[in-house]
Write a protein that binds this ligand. Structure first.
Ligand code: ATP
Ligand code: MG
Length: 442
């Protein structure tokens, strides 16, 4: 959370090529959050987050930037598609459910932190529960020397359970309570109560036959859950999670252009689009949303909206919503050079993926640099002559280049396969040069 803007950008650089402005804006927004949290409470309440609108055509890295951020940061973060929501009163997910999802995400972050902190306690609990099954307790009346022997046995058994020697052994465990979890992120608050009582009823019904024979190995997993439910204070987890979601939460609102009403398609538009925009207003502006875990205020949640805005423009959003996304960044279209860098400099580049996949067949794929240049060049050309689908073009192009090799890979186990520029051109030239063909194939 306390990474500097430069550090955040440097991290993103490993995965997303170019798009400097977008990275900078987001890094700064995150740092501002951090700065705010260091201030007095009075001042904190005055400082509202500046929401961001990312504009860029398809496949240039909008979603990728957010995905990476989510992985890196330990702040509550969810990515949702604006086009999935429907106006209140219609069938479907209402926009408030995104806030509930954010809270759930926050809870799972806080919970795993607490589990980490209490690892020893949890492990002890698990160990005790298993050992008491494997080694029946001594009667109270046992003599001192018997008790000493028993103690030694106990310790030896603990060791054996810990290092997995007993994993295959079957024990009979009784469980306190069977957890019945509903997917409740979409439930209105009134329903949440109903659901909670349901859970209670189910728990009681299950009390009768709550004994189960399982292996020690499985018991370790199951009991870990039980231990964390028992030992960790779920109330304090929920409170902490709500607070974090409120002050540090980020919602990435993808496909926002899909709920804009474009002039071109007026009349054919789904009337509920504008409704969704209106429903979004109070949430983005700041309002209270009731969740199962308490009321959360959305004032300080950061919203990052993204869209290609091919058909519609940001100005097609209702003005009130536009005004709530004051920071605009445009992502650049990808040049040939950028495509080349995406292939060669990203952490998990497509080339590495293909090398690894064919490596499974015992085949070594070697890309000559000139070949990579050619791939970038042809991908860029295809983007220019047909549709610009950004870096996604690399997927289709590479797939075409490698399809035969990939198909026969198992027959070439143990071989090296060098991909040259010539090979790339042989595979692609006829396709790229023919507009109609490339429309279908690439
Ligand atoms: N600048 C970039 N650097 C590295 N990889 C990129 C870049 N742009 C796109 N990619 C890759 O291309 C693919 C598609 O990118 P992404 O999902 O971010 O597109 P998008 O901008 O969200 O498009 P859309 O508007 O269609 O949702 C991903 O696999 C991503 O890794
Ligand atoms: Mg996207």
């Amino acid at each position: 959370m306390n990474m500097t803007p430069k550090e955040i950008v440097a991290y993103l650089d490993d995965y997303v090529i170019s798009q400097k402005d977008a990275k900078k804006t987001i890094a700064l927004a995150l740092r501002t959050r951090y700065r705010r949290m260091q201030l007095d409470e009075d001042l904190q309440n005055e400082i509202m987050p500046k929401n961001i609108l990312m504009i860029g055509s398809t496949g240039v890295g909008k979603t990728e930037i957010s995905r990476r951020l989510a992985k890196m940061m330990k702040v509550p973060f969810i990515k949702v598609e604006a086009s999935k929501y429907t106006e209140v009163g219609f069938v479907g997910r209402d926009v408030e459910s995104m806030i509930r999802d954010l809270v759930l995400n926050s809870i799972s972050i806080v919970k795993s932190e607490k589990e980490e902190q209490n690892q020893d306690k949890i492990n002890n609990y698990v160990l005790n529960r298993i050992v008491e099954k494997l080694l029946p307790p001594l009667p109270e009346s046992a003599s001192e020397s018997k008790k000493d022997d028993y103690q030694r046995l106990l310790e030896a058994m603990e060791k054996r359970v810990e290092n997995g020697e007993m994993d295959e052994k079957i024990i009979e465990l009784e469980f306190d309570k069977i957890h019945v979890e509903f997917d409740d992120s979409n439930l209105p608050p009134e329903m949440v109560k109903v659901q909670e009582s349901f859970t209670k009823i189910f728990a009681n019904i299950n009390k009768e036959d709550n004994k189960k024979e399982i292996s020690v190995k499985d018991a370790k997993e199951v009991l870990k859950l039980e231990a964390s439910n028992k030992l960790l204070d779920s109330n304090s987890i929920n409170t902490e999670a709500l607070k974090r979601a409120e002050n540090g939460g980020i919602i990435f609102l993808d496909e926002i252009d899909k709920i804009a009403l474009s002039e071109k398609s007026q009349g054919r538009n789904d009337p509920s689009k504008e409704g969704v925009q209106r429903d979004l207003l109070p949430i983005v502006e700041g309002s209270s949303v009731t969740t199962k875990y308490g009321v959360i205020n959305t004032d300080h949640i950061l919203f990052i909206a993204a869209g290609a805005f091919h058909v519609s423009k940001p100005s097609d959003l209702i003005p009130e919503l536009q005004g709530r996304f004051p920071l605009r960044v445009e992502l650049e279209s990808l040049t040939e050079e950028t495509l080349y860098k995406i292939l060669t400099q990203t952490q998990n580049s497509l080339l590495k993926q293909y090398e690894a996949l064919l490596g499974v067949e015992g085949m070594k794929l070697i890309f000559k640099d000139e070949a990579i240049r050619s791939i970038a060049k042809l991908a860029h050309k295809a983007n220019e002559t047909t549709e610009d689908i950004g870096a996604r073009r690399l997927h289709t192009v590479l797939e075409k280049v490698l399809e035969d090799i990939s198909f026969e890979a198992d027959e070439h186990s143990g071989e090296d396969y060098v991909i040259t520029s010539e090979f790339v051109h042989k595979k692609l030239d006829t396709v790229v040069d023919d507009d109609d063909l490339s429309r279908y194939i690439l």
